[in-house]
Design a protein around this ligand. Structure first.
Ligand SMILES: Nc1ncnc2c1ncn2[C@@H]1O[C@H](COP(=O)(O)OP(=O)(O)O)[C@@H](O)[C@H]1O
Ligand SMILES: [Mg+2]
Length: 310
């Protein structure tokens, strides 16, 4: 199962991603988590060391090493430069799993059940000459090669609606949208939902209200968000505040019981998602669209043959 945590900056993406990951490992389920935010908080929130900057997935040498390993047994990729962000795997491509992420292990930190990779921020030489979207390409490549049937894949995403300019919106079973009971946060829901509808993934958007304090907060979320998409609410939680004050890792077991229950509901919703049934088809369509752009075709030729039909 794969869950992406999205929403406005400060809404609680990293907090809830970390709590969800923690709730899974408490049940001895394997978690492979990716911190894809420019502000990298996930390892600290989980109490594990952050990978060194040279181990960040988007670090040039690291990304090259990962792509080289992923394309090793794929006859449809001519060279590294032909490995674009939407390049799909073939039947012979290596797969990364939650319990056996061997190919990524040098770049992950964690414990037996929990492994965390950090996408990483700008590299010095790319400042002014690049943007964060380019850094996310390696995450797209990795997600395309993940087999998640044995555990959980979690991504703490960059704020906003960037996922629709690449394949990321199509890579998950659930897009967990964290929404605070404020007009601005609800504005992000409106924008996100409209884009998700256009992309055909609206049914996978699952809203978690967060930092809810009162009945008025609940009422605002209920009237603003469709029932089918609203999973429930996470109340402002003393345990989260305490961990924020002390800097100690988040513990899902210390949460208010109703908050803990909502994390279980999220796991249930993710298990029930049928996004995987159409994911390959959706990713192939996105690849066709991406490589049809003139600047790609002129530079790399026709890359539609990278899709293995059938
Ligand atoms: N349910 C909650 N109860 C109390 N504080 C919360 C809750 N969720 C998030 N916070 C606090 O809100 C702030 C922003 O959360 P964070 O997860 O860093 O947001 P994001 O990753 O979306 O930018 C942090 O100080 C965090 O501790
Ligand atoms: Mg964050």
């Amino acid at each position: 199962m794969r869950v992406a945590f999205v929403g406005k900056g400060g809404s609680g993406k990293s907090t809830i991603a970390a709590l969800f990951a923690h709730s899974r490992i408490l049940r001895t389920e394997s978690v492979l988590a990716f911190d894809a935010d420019i502000n990298m908080h996930l390892p600290a929130l989980l109490g594990i060391p952050a990978p060194e900057p040279t181990m960040h997935l988007s670090h040039a040498a690291t990304a090259t090493a990962i792509r080289s390993a992923l394309m090793a047994t794929n006859p449809r990729i001519e060279s590294l430069k032909h490995f674009v962000k939407s390049t799909p795997p073939t039947r012979t491509s290596p797969r990364i799993t939650s319990t056996d992420p061997t190919l990524l292990l040098p770049y992950l930190t964690g414990t037996q059940y929990l492994k965390v990779g950090v996408v990483g921020s700008y590299e010095e030489e790319s400042i002014g000459a690049s943007c964060y979207h380019n850094n996310l390409a390696i995450l797209e490549n990795i997600l395309s090669h993940i087999d998640d049937r044995d555990g959980w894949v979690i991504a703490d995403m960059v704020a906003g609606v960037d996922a629709f300019s690449n394949t990321l919106h199509a890579q998950f079973d659930i897009l967990a949208l964290i929404v605070e009971p404020t007009q601005r946060s609800i504005g992000v829901w409106t924008q996100y939902y409209a884009l998700a509808q256009s992309a055909g993934v609206a049914e996978y958007v699952c809203v978690l209200g967060n930092k809810v304090r009162s009945d008025e907060d609940v009422a605002l979320l209920k009237q603003s968000i469709s029932d089918a998409n609203l999973l429930g609410y996470i109340r402002e939680d003393p345990a989260v505040r305490a961990s924020d004050r002390s800097g100690s890792p988040l513990q899902s077991s210390a949460l208010l019981p109703e908050n803990m229950r909502l994390l279980e509901d999220l796991a249930t919703r993710a298990r029930a998602s049928r996004a995987h049934e159409t994911r390959t088809e959706r990713l192939h369509a996105l690849h066709r669209t991406y490589v049809a752009q003139t600047y790609i075709a002129e530079r790399l030729g026709d890359l539609t043959h990278q899709i293995e039909e059938g």
